[in-house]
Design a protein around this ligand. Structure first.
Ligand SMILES: [Zn+2]
Length: 495
């Protein structure tokens, strides 16, 4: 290997130093870089292309289910923020403030939005007159700022992060619940059908819900280092925001009613989960669904075979492109095939097409899967179908591996020692009966910094409810304090 290709490679190991390995993959694969200010990152072209694919997927689903996009200012007057007291208390330690405009001190401080309920809700109140205006479903793609991160970890811990935040108002509690489940279901689909990451869905414990919310529901993804990632949250806000901001409407009988509201958000943390889940010691691994380049053609020639190899490769590139495959022909003269293999592996291209003089003579193409280097020889005729089938196989391999990790890492425990021992030894989730008292979570959190990340939800008549699943055993005891337990909780370390 040349010096240059060594520089290209990943030097840290995913299993031994996951934190360092992650930082190296993100930088070397052209995803993101660190900004000059601590807690901020620069998203590079390959990283932003991934974010755009993810946006397209979610945005399409939102629009197909009645959501309109809007954009509100990034600043929120202090007096607006104070109208819903839980929001103020919940976000107070992490709000960045603007106090000056140019040289003049502002009469009223402006918060840089940590979330936008407080500026969107007053307008939702204006726009809601009668029951015919409901449901009102708004979404914005933007960044928010929470001044909390001390150590920067791209996409997981940054002071400013990109996300979408949806805000809706409904005439009934039932309408709001339906909204909560629709959005949670779309987040689950994004992870499972686009990012190849299986998730667990449930609710946050009462003490950990969104400020002002009645119920916070979540999808959680397990990372290979045994920690859980909160993948997206969908909140039933009850009537607290509607009351604070006067979101009322006139019903069928001409009576004034207070609306029910929801909010739901998914951030670029999903990119962090994507990179962390699938990538390996050679670099980035991406599912074909989101990969900016799905297939790369690497021609392998000598001087006397160059012409025919290139001609054959160009034909194939054009054919794949016509079929809608995101394909790149890497015909750079100054790089040898080995260098190109390494570079495209590092950048996470899911499928490599190797074409040498033998392939041309035999009317074949060698396909190589990024995740495991499996080789498949495909016929030149029917190549588009082969490439599409192999891209699907790559997706299935990634999903299956992530699913196995999840299935192997949900364990049970019936004492605090066993909870802590299991988390210390294996990481992952520990499923226990819980009495519902926050003190029982604190006892575990203090010792092993694991918390209740999720409570699975009970089903009733085939539909999910907002109520936690109960233990199978009617006499179940809380795994921490031994008191009667009627809820199930999942402990895990988390990002
Ligand atoms: Zn307890």
């Amino acid at each position: 290997m040349s010096d240059e290709s060594q520089e290209l490679g990943i030097t840290e190991s995913k299993s031994h130093k996951p934190g360092e390995w992650y930082a190296e993959v993100v930088q070397k694969a052209g995803i993101a870089d660190y900004a000059p200010m601590g807690g901020f990152i620069v998203t590079k072209p390959r990283g932003y292309a991934l974010w755009e694919r993810l946006q397209d997927e979610l945005d399409g689903r939102f629009k197909a289910t009645g959501v309109d996009n809007v954009y509100f200012p990034m600043f929120i007057p202090e007096s607006f923020l104070e109208r819903e007291k839980d929001i103020v208390e919940g976000f107070d330690p992490e709000v960045a403030w603007v106090t000056h405009g140019g040289h003049d001190e502002l009469e009223e401080r402006l918060a840089v939005r940590p979330t936008s309920e407080s500026i969107i809700a007053p307008f939702m109140a204006d726009w809601t007159r009668s029951h015919r205006d409901l449901p009102l479903r708004l979404n914005q793609w933007c960044s928010v700022v929470r001044w909390e991160a001390t150590e920067t970890k791209p996409f997981f811990r940054t002071k400013e992060f990109m996300w979408q935040e949806g805000h809706t108002a409904h005439a009934s509690d039932e309408g709001a619940w339906n909204e909560v489940w629709t959005r949670l279901g779309q987040y689950e689909e994004l992870y499972e059908d686009v990012l190849a990451i299986p998730v667990l869905r449930g609710k946050k414990p009462e003490h950990d819900k969104f400020p002002g919310a009645d119920t916070t529901t979540t999808v959680e993804a397990l990372m290979p280092d045994g920690k859980s990632v909160q993948g997206g949250t969908s909140h039933h806000l009850g009537q607290s925001f509607a009351k604070a901001f006067d979101i009322t409407f006139v019903d069928d009988d001409e009576d004034e009613q207070t609306a029910y509201t929801t909010s739901w958000g998914l951030s670029w943390r999903a990119l962090g989960a994507l990179i962390m889940t699938h990538s390996d010691d050679q670099g980035l691994v991406l599912p074909p669904t989101v990969a900016p380049t799905q297939a790369v053609i690497v021609p392998i020639w000598q001087e006397d075979t160059k012409e025919k190899v290139l001609e054959y490769s160009e034909e194939i590139a054009a054919e794949l492109e016509d079929a809608g495959v995101r394909v790149e022909l890497d015909d750079r003269d100054e790089r040898n095939p080995g260098f190109k293999f390494n570079e495209h592996e590092l950048n996470g291209v899911p499928l490599r097409l190797e074409i040498g003089p033998n392939e041309v003579d035999d009317g074949e193409v060698t396909l190589v899967h990024r995740p495991d280097n499996e080789n498949v020889v495909a016929d030149r005729s029917g190549l588009v179908e082969s490439v599409e089938a192999n891209l699907e196989t790559v997706y299935d391999k990634l999903y299956a591996a992530a699913e196995e990790t999840l299935e192997d890492n949900v364990r049970e425990a019936d004492s605090p020692e066993e909870i802590m021992g299991t988390i210390g030894k294996h990481g992952g989730y520990v499923r226990v009966p819980w009495c519902g008292d926050q003190a029982c979570e604190e006892a575990i959190k203090e010792k092993v910094s694991a918390e209740i990340v999720m409570q699975p939800l009970a089903e009733e008549g085939g539909a999910t409810t907002g109520v936690p699943e109960a233990p199978d055993d009617d006499d179940a005891e809380c795994a921490v304090c031994g008191e009667p337990a009627d809820e199930i909780a999942y402990f895990a370390k988390s990002y």
